[in-house]
Write a protein that binds this ligand. Structure first.
Ligand code: XLS
Ligand code: NI
Ligand code: NI
Length: 437
């Protein structure tokens, strides 16, 4: 096949003094950090939807992206060609993984049967390309939000026929993920929420969402798919309120419906900020519950209130993300998936390289800085000290669950006022972080 990126070299690590825009300054795949290669820590993935299907259109204007390999048609042949180009791109970049929705890779047909045939025809090419390049599928997912049939949601639709159709789509997407050796499968509740409560039976809708997930868990077992299931929280957009609104809401939902053992969370930065949280907060909530699975790495614009899905370049963001990820043992089945799109104004193919190189370098720096902070030990030691009153005496007794209210009253009456508090030292700790940035 004709090369579409012949003017762009394979992206290599050249070190921080390099001025080559088509080189990594910090991401050195084989360099070891905390005993593991950067490649294995970060497990970078390229998303098919933004990178190969994004047109650059917005509510006020048409698409702008120059994608010379794409004939603009909805044909299977075009989709197959695009797949080969995608692997040329991912291979040159040196990312080990990619992710897709069913409808990104293959065109939707007039019937479900035709859609499934189209999907199989493109999956055949994806499989060949995976084999040729060694690039692997981090996770697959079904697009249950773009088609007008999903106007009222998919599994949470008021229309049972739509639930059935969504279930069929999930079944097929799971099969193809399995066929391609996918290491995970993600559920993002695209329109699983409401626009107004006036027309919504929220309890029933949530039960239906849980039902679809239970059906998927059962089918996973049936076909022997060993990949990890993920739920991706997002509070709003396209709906006013999405049921999987943030990490805490997802965990509560999974627990309530007996699904927690089967799922981990896929945390996306811009979704965290839309929920009014930091990425670090969401990672902590997931990690503390043993449910930190994967991340959709992007960033929002703090002055814009929607999911702008920009590439992450902020070193504080990547440092805080990697601190949380390392703290909870790293991404095992998951990865750093660039659910991000180049700006509408960045319409040349070369911009796709700049965007990914920048994101990968930002995460590599975040990883190195987080590891250095951990090696230094002062931050951890400060937190350990801060809770030292729990390690012995009355604190240890409370933690052990043996203390009663009566006993604590007697203790406090005898002691008088609680012991003086120590400073939280926020500014000191912020300065400490800056020593490493
Ligand atoms: C949209 C979501 C979506 C999921 C996959 O905001 O981030 O892209 O990651 O369905
Ligand atoms: Ni996402
Ligand atoms: Ni998103």
């Amino acid at each position: 096949m004709k090369s579409f990126f012949s003017d762009i070299p394979e992206i290599k690590f050249e070190g921080s003094s390099s001025r080559n825009p088509f080189a990594f300054k910090h991401y050195n795949a084989t360099e070891r950090v905390e005993g593991k290669s950067m490649r294995d820590h970060l497990r970078f993935a390229v998303v098919y939807w933004h990178t190969f299907r994004g047109t650059g259109s917005d509510p006020f204007g048409a698409g702008t992206m120059q994608r010379p390999w794409d004939d603009g048609s909805n044909s299977v042949a075009n989709a197959q060609k695009r797949a080969r180009v995608a692997f040329e791109f991912i291979g040159k970049l040196g990312a080990p993984y990619y992710c897709w929705h069913d409808r990104d890779v293959a065109p939707e047909g007039r019937t479900l049967a035709e859609s499934n045939r189209n999907f199989d025809a493109v999956a055949k090419v994806l499989k060949e390309e995976q084999k040729r390049t060694g690039i692997k599928l981090l996770w697959g997912t079904a697009n249950l939000f773009s088609h007008p049939r999903y106007v009222h949601g998919a599994s949470t639709s008021c229309n049972a026929e739509v639930f059935a159709y969504a279930a069929a789509q999930v079944k097929k997407a799971m099969e193809v993920t399995h066929e391609l050796g996918g290491e995970g499968y993600t559920f993002w509740g695209g329109r699983e929420g409401y626009m107004t409560l006036l027309n919504t039976d929220m309890q029933r809708e949530q039960e239906h969402l849980a039902q679809l997930l239970h059906l998927a868990v059962a089918y996973k077992k049936q076909i022997g798919f060993k990949g990890q299931f993920y739920i991706e929280p997002k509070p709003k957009e396209p709906t006013k309120h999405q049921y999987d609104s943030d990490a805490a809401a997802c965990l509560n939902f999974l627990r309530q419906y007996g699904l927690l053992p089967h799922f981990k969370l896929n945390i996306e930065t811009n979704h965290a900020t839309l929920a009014g949280h930091t990425m670090q907060h969401e990672l902590e909530v997931a990690g503390a519950a043993g449910a930190l699975g994967s991340i959709d790495a992007n960033t929002g614009d703090e002055l814009l209130g929607w999911d702008t899905d920009q590439f992450p370049t902020n070193i504080y963001l990547t440092t805080y993300s990697m601190l949380a990820i390392l703290k909870y043992g790293g991404l095992s089945t998951g990865g750093v998936n660039f659910d991000a799109k180049v700006r509408r104004e960045s319409f040349e193919p070369a911009d796709l390289f700049h965007a990914h190189i920048g994101g990968m370098d930002a995460f590599a720096r975040g990883l190195k800085i987080a590891a250095a902070i951990r090696r230094d030990g002062r931050l951890d030691e400060f937190v350990r000290q801060r809770y030292a009153s729990w390690d012995s005496g009355i604190g240890a007794r409370i933690e052990s669950g043996k203390a009663t209210l009566k006993e604590l009253e007697a203790y406090s009456l005898k002691k008088g006022d609680a012991a003086a508090n120590a400073s939280g030292r926020q500014e000191f700790l912020e300065n400490l972080i800056n020593e490493f940035i």
